[in-house]
Design a protein around this ligand. Structure first.
Ligand SMILES: [Zn+2]
Length: 102
C-alpha cells in the first residue's frame, strides 16, 4: 500500500470515530398581523383609553388619569363615552415570514 493511501485511510478512519462536522439549520415561521381599532361610529371617541387632555375635553368617557392601568388599552365592545355598541376590532393579516439561521 502506498504511503499516500495509508494516510488517506488513516485520515478517514480517524474521522469516523471523532467529531463530525455538520450544518444545523433552524427555520422559523412567523405570521404578521396588526389590529386596527376604530373610533366609535356614534361619537367618534377613540377606541383606546387615553390620558391626553384633548381626549378628556372631547370624549370624557374615554379619558383615564395618567398612570391608570387602562391607559392605551382598547375600550372594548361598548363605547365608554356614549354607550353605543362598537364594531369588532379588525385583525389584518400581513402574511407569513420565514426566518432562517444557518
Ligand atoms: Zn361613542
Amino acid at each position: 500500500m502506498s504511503s499516500i493511501l495509508k494516510r488517506i485511510r488513516s485520515f478517514l478512519g480517524g474521522r469516523r470515530g471523532g467529531a463530525s462536522a455538520f450544518s444545523v439549520a433552524a427555520i422559523g415561521r412567523a405570521t404578521i398581523a396588526h389590529t386596527k381599532i376604530l373610533a366609535c361610529p356614534e361619537c367618534q371617541a377613540p377606541g383606546l383609553f387615553s390620558s391626553e387632555e384633548r381626549i378628556r375635553a372631547g370624549w370624557p368617557g374615554s379619558y383615564v388619569p395618567p398612570g391608570d392601568p387602562r391607559e392605551g388599552k382598547p375600550v372594548g365592545g361598548q363605547c365608554p363615552n356614549c354607550s353605543a355598541a362598537r364594531g369588532p376590532e379588525l385583525t389584518i393579516d400581513q402574511g407569513v415570514v420565514w426566518k432562517g439561521h444557518l
